[in-house]
Design a protein. Sequence first.
Length: 272
Amino acid sequence: MKRFKILALPYSIWMVILVVFPLLIMVVLAFLDIQGLDFSTATFTIDNFKATFNQTYFEVFLRSMGYALITTIICIVIGYPIAYIVSRLKPQLSFIILLLFILPMWTNMLLRIQSLNMMLLPEGFMKNVFGISINLSGTTFSVILAMVVVYLPFMIFPIYTVLEKQDPLLIEASQDLGASGFKTFRKVTLPLSLKGVASGIIMVFLPAATSFTIPEIMSKGKLVLIGTIIEQKFKSGSNYGTGSLISLFLIAFIFIAIFISNKLDKEGATLI
């Protein structure tokens, strides 16, 4: 046991420096009236709470959650069938298909988003290659499309992992007892794969809810989400307090979402 504690020490130090310490700084900044990071002139205040709890930020928060929810639902609808089909293929073929989803992730996300944005321009890829002129850049559709394209692999992989590890004897037993293919899926396959679905939801919803790069590029700055506001508060350097407080509430919301997801995951067998 002592050996494992020693091995865990570097990781613990790493977590304290990169997670706990920055979080404590955010908590302190949330209660300060500060310009930039000049603590010499900082004063204690609760005005940041008044500035945060207003209708504008609340509407932006709801909009961000809405975009994240739509993205997550689309990723489930697309990702589950893909994961299911790939899990039933031969290992060599499934490896190739999964590799096709992994390869784009090796490319910088900004390049992928910019490339997708160029495809949606009137004189972009579709016009030059297929002669089809479309103008979807800067629209709500383009933002959701980019989120789905970027985060879809994070839905596919956890679901595939769970489906691939399922015991085929369970499906055979269900069919031997007279269950149809759909009933077998509903009563056996789906309940046993809910852990993967729950993991996929967390891995898609959370980054989609806090994203600022995708809406900034795909909407041409017209769409403001909660991640955009936080980025603006810190980038300007004039309102670290409000930016920190919004971030803390977003972190709290994320922890609550994870807690609820884990609780539903434990009770998943009773939900079907």
